[in-house]
Design a protein around this ligand. Structure first.
Ligand code: COA
Length: 280
């Protein structure tokens, strides 16, 4: 566990609803929120996963709640949001984290495969945000949309997810502009490769993962707790003037590209020209 720079009651009295909150990055956010005093509700498709997650979250001492539902289904979204508000007394923070992902070349992807990911990631984010509007207006609350960095470049085999995440980023900006006057902030987090998640097991199994780590400037995967801490920062008063911003938390992964010339060779060339010794 990280040593938190935040007080352990920084989210006391606030209710967070997290879609896809039973596992992976979203469960990491749920744990960080619960350990900082929030009452936490989670939504997902699998009851047994939600039940187990809530049992763990309850250990932090706050109130917890779960309800099954699919973010593609607008009626289910409404039911989950209303049940959460009733069970926990309102909603202050909505985390749109539910997502679907798999690798597939675009020419092999069916129209329904593309639509499925757009439906879960993008339409699900819209469905939940729209249904939560009244509650968030009342609480002067916050939405955090979980995005990605895939669409900052062309990422192979991820056309469906890239398109969905680009749409989510657009939604973050638009909702921030339109709902700011109602007292609602809308932000995003774009995680890079995060260890111990279903996503990374699917996208970079085994040795591929080790190779990927070496290409990250900080030379490691991130943790679900680090994404939780970024969400905690955005939810805190330290970020109260931040809206419409998607915070990249990726160890520099997306912005780095390998040099075609090895560092040792460049150091030797520079040393020869300047008579300086190469670094150890
Ligand atoms: N490669 C290519 N196409 C795929 C696919 C894959 N790995 N997985 C699903 N699809 C296609 C299906 O073939 C289907 O299209 P078709 O009707 O033309 O055949 C379409 O997507 C819907 O698939 P289906 O399995 O019926 O949808 P679902 O709603 O049950 O699940 C996902 C879709 C994306 C959520 C599924 O991959 C899943 O359950 N993933 C686990 C959660 C996850 O992705 N976590 C990682 C988060 S980063």
């Amino acid at each position: 566990m990280l040593t938190s720079p935040f007080k352990s009651d920084v989210l006391k009295g606030r209710v967070a609803l997290i879609t896809g909150g039973g596992s992976g990055i979203n469960f990491g956010i749920a744990k960080v929120f619960a350990s900082h005093g929030a009452d936490v509700a989670i939504m997902g498709r699998r009851e047994e996963v939600l039940k187990a997650a809530v049992a763990e979250l309850s250990k932090f001492g706050g109130k917890t709640f779960y309800k099954t539902g699919d973010v593609r289904d607008a009626e289910a979204c409404e039911a989950v949001i209303n049940a959460t508000a009733e069970a926990l007394g309102g909603i202050d923070i909505l985390i749109n984290g539910a997502a679907g992902n798999f690798l597939c070349p675009p020419e092999m992807l069916s129209s329904n495969g593309f639509k499925t990911v757009i439906d879960i990631d993008l339409n699900g984010t819209f469905n939940m945000s729209r249904c939560a509007f009244t509650h968030l207006k009342k609480s002067q609350g916050l939405i955090i949309n979980i995005s990605a960095t895939l669409h900052y470049k062309g990422t192979p085999f991820q056309s469906h997810v890239s398109a969905a995440k680009a749409g989510i980023d657009a939604l973050t900006i638009n909702l921030a502009a339109e709902w700011g006057p109602f007292g609602i902030r809308v932000c995003g987090i774009a995680p890079g490769p995060i260890g111990d998640t279903e996503g990374m097991r699917r996208l970079a199994p085994g040795e591929i993962g080790e190779k990927l780590k070496q290409a990250i400037p900080l030379k490691r995967y991130g943790t679900t707790e680090e994404i939780g801490m970024a969400a905690l920062f955005l939810s805190s008063s330290a970020a109260q003037y931040i809206t419409g911003e998607t915070l990249v938390v990726d160890g520099g992964e997306w912005l780095a590209r390998p040099s075609p010339v090895p560092r040792e060779l460049v150091e030797k060339m520079v040393a020869a020209q300047t008579r300086k010794e190469p670094s150890a």
